[in-house]
Unconditional design. Structure first.
Length: 728
């Protein structure tokens, strides 16, 4: 059917206005079946005859609120009636490529940043088409018409038509190429705390997560994987597993051995009954102690220059006072509340996937994402893979990986039936892509007045990105190595390379450590360790100089900087400098990440030999705020996530395998350990920055600095462990 014929029939039957969002900046490939037209089934707004507005959300919802924030961008420019706005998740397709990263990916706190202009433009285009339709109906100039709450109004004549009444005829018009966007002073919706669209379904338990999804009659599988990283299957005796009631099959796959059954419990019991022998490979004797020793050994080298300003080595040779420190930070698991899972149905005509994924589509060079991995595992073209993105029970970067997708497709293909692969908590903790272990060596120097004049920071850490860009290729493809120029993984040095303090001589270096343990993106990525190191070391320099740590920082930041604005706001709101109750210490930290600035003040006490965080005050500048309630919630969540890591979490390795297995030995923060949290949004007219991750980095250094203020104990390892004399 030709586009014109389709539109004519739609108009005749009163069908909805389906407006394709022409996102030229978001993907080069035309949407499926679009025929090059801008009315497309991928990136669209749909306005139904009853006036309901459906916005397709092209990012994954893992609690951060994109299923409300992105529709707000459309609804603002459309002047929609918010009570009639709905959303649905987008299919996997290149047309939904995030303009701020390589594919259809939810990560890097880019969802609102990437959608800020394209989705507002989409709403403005739809509004212009509706206005033109109404103006033609009334035979008036479109400029004499206005819009509000889902209707076009001609005030001189008092005429009014709802969007639903205009939808079918508006669909016949060409999509305008140029539209005017509102100025911030005209916003009616952006900046307001509207209720989240997904709250009713979450509160009533109707929200569908990956572990709930899939076709009726699906089988369930669990996978036995090598306990040692890099191990492979050597021998398998499946007789006992097959004897478990409900077990249908035992299937070797690329990651191990899958036990397929009618339900999870039978599959779990079948896996327990398997007799498996593994070739444990080269890492069979690897330990955390060996890893630590290797990092220190690598630190003896020069490393690669990530940032050089002035001459730090020469300046350090002549400083009045000098400070040296070494920091060790462990591997961390993601510990999503919903464990990894995926349902796949591999058929002759293609593959259907139901998954809580952060990565629906990526270019093949970067693995293809869920769609590409499923196509490769099933042996079908990418365009024959359909992905249903469900809600995510936590993501934090873990669900940007596709190992659980591949497993489900391989098992479904072997069984010729739909199969859901479900990971246990133990699987999740012991087969993660971990926050990298890191070692830092810092040297700082002060002049006679106590002002820092030299800063040297050497980072030794595994590379996350090298897994995706394993080498450098000359010629046209060399541009792909741009983020890795000089052999430096930017995720390892971010937050250290961009040191904001005005120190004349700075040297930041990086040494890559190849250790064999899988690493990946963990909420706030490199900033989670560099912020801790930078902000505790600057605190130690302030103490060496005999200066107040907040004043010391402030004097090193430009007066008009956003760093200084949030630092001042947090200090003021927390009552910095005011008397504290006996036995309470106060610490501060400030950090920029993902285009936003966050300062936090922590108040701590030692109670019954345990460190207790009593209060956290955060000041946050993310530019223009779309929904302040969501932003506050994300900063609170980031503080919880970062505080849990600061106080409790550590992954250790023995004999090439992870020691921890569940929340009894990988504890996370409990509700009775939560501090009082106050979040203050610093007004800003700048474009939106990221929100999901910037709340994480400052909390660990703020707590560590508070402990030092209270007890004198400086923290250079995480999780924080109190000295014995404090435990007595």
């Amino acid at each position: 059917m030709k586009r014109r014929e389709f539109l004519e029939r739609s108009a005749a039957t009163g069908a909805a206005l389906t407006l394709g969002v022409s996102l030229a900046s978001c993907g080069s490939e035309a949407p499926p079946d679009a025929g090059g037209a801008s009315f497309a089934p991928d990136a669209w707004i749909r306005i139904h005859p009853d006036g309901a507005v459906v916005v397709v959300v092209a990012r994954s919802e893992m609690g951060q609120g994109v299923s409300t924030a992105l529709p707000m961008l459309v609804a603002e420019e459309l002047d929609a009636d918010w009570s009639k706005v709905r959303f649905e998740f987008a299919p996997a397709h290149e047309a939904y490529k995030n303009p701020l990263n390589f594919g259809q990916v939810t990560g890097g706190s880019t969802s609102v940043m990437g959608a800020w202009l394209p989705l507002r433009e989409a709403g403005a285009r739809a509004r212009a088409m509706l206005v033109s339709t109404a103006a033609a109906e009334w035979n008036v100039d479109p400029s004499a018409c206005s819009t509000e709450s889902g209707a076009v109004i001609h005030r001189p004549s008092g005429q009014r038509m709802g969007y639903g009444d205009l939808a079918a005829r508006a669909a016949m018009l060409p999509v305008p190429a140029q539209v005017r966007l509102k100025e911030p002073g005209e916003f009616r919706l952006i900046g307001t705390a509207v209720p989240r669209l997904d709250l009713p379904s979450m509160v009533t338990g109707r929200t569908t997560y990956g572990i709930d999804a899939g076709p009726a009659g699906r089988l369930t599988a669990v996978v036995a994987r090598s306990p040692v990283f890099g191990g492979r299957l050597l021998k398998l005796d499946e007789a006992a597993a097959r004897a478990v009631p409900g077990v249908r099959a035992v299937v070797p796959i690329s990651s191990g051995v899958a036990v397929v059954a009618d339900g999870y419990w039978a599959a779990h019991k079948g896996r327990q009954a398997l007799a498996v022998e593994w070739d444990e490979g080269e890492l069979a004797q690897l330990s955390s102690e060996q890893i630590s020793a290797r990092l220190r050994e690598l630190a003896q080298g020069e490393g690669r220059d990530a940032r050089t300003s002035g001459d730090a080595a020469s300046a350090l040779a002549g400083v009045a006072r000098r400070l040296e420190a070494e920091y060790d930070l462990p591997y961390l698991a993601h510990a999503c509340m919903e464990p990894m899972n995926c349902t796949a149905d591999v058929r002759e005509d293609g593959v259907e996937i139901w998954a809580p994924t952060q990565t629906q589509w990526l270019p093949g060079l970067f693995g293809g994402g869920t769609r590409g991995v499923a196509a490769k595992a099933a042996g079908v073209p990418v365009d024959r893979v359909r992905v249903h993105t469900t809600n995510l029970g936590g993501g934090f970067g873990r669900r940007s990986e596709t190992d659980f997708i591949r497993e489900a497709v391989e098992v479904s293909r072997a069984m010729s039936a739909p199969v859901k692969v479900v990971w246990s908590r133990e699987d999740d903790i012991q087969h993660d892509f971990y926050r990298p272990v890191t070692y830092h060596r810092l040297v700082g120097g002060l002049d006679p007045s106590g002002r820092p004049v030299a800063w040297s920071h050497h980072i030794v850490a595994p590379s996350i990105l090298m897994r995706f860009i394993p080498g450098f290729i000359p010629g046209p493809i060399v541009r792909l190595a741009g983020p890795m120029k000089g052999g430096i993984d930017p995720t390892a040095v971010e937050g250290a390379r961009e040191l904001a303090y005005a120190i004349p001589n700075i040297a930041v270096r990086y040494t890559q450590a190849d250790l064999g343990i899988p690493v990946g993106f963990w909420r706030s990525v490199g900033n989670t360790h560099t912020a801790f190191v930078v902000e505790t070391f600057i605190d130690e320099l302030a103490a060496l100089a005999g200066k107040d740590p907040a004043v010391f920082r402030r004097d090193l930041l430009p007066a008009d900087s956003r760093h200084r604005r949030v630092l001042d706001a947090a200090a003021e709101r927390a009552g910095w400098g005011s008397p504290l109750p006996e036995g309470v210490g106060r610490g501060i930290a400030v950090h920029e990440s993902f285009g936003s600035w966050c300062a936090q003040v922590a108040e701590v006490a030692v109670e019954d030999g345990r460190l207790r965080v009593r209060r956290v005050v955060a000041a946050f500048d993310c530019g223009t705020v779309v929904n302040p309630d969501t932003v506050v919630a994300q900063i609170e969540g980031g503080i919880v996530y970062g505080l849990s890591a600061a106080l409790k979490e550590r992954i250790t390795i023995e004999r090439g395998r992870v020691v921890q297995s569940n929340f009894h030995d990988y504890p996370v923060l409990r509700i009775d350990e939560m501090p009082v949290i106050e979040v203050h949004l610093v007004p800003s007219g700048d474009a939106p920055g990221g929100v999901g991750e910037p709340g994480v980095p400052p909390i660990a250094p703020a707590v560590a600095n508070a402990l030092a203020a209270l007890t004198g104990q400086r923290v250079r390892q995480l999780p924080i462990a109190l000295k014995e004399d404090l435990n007595r």
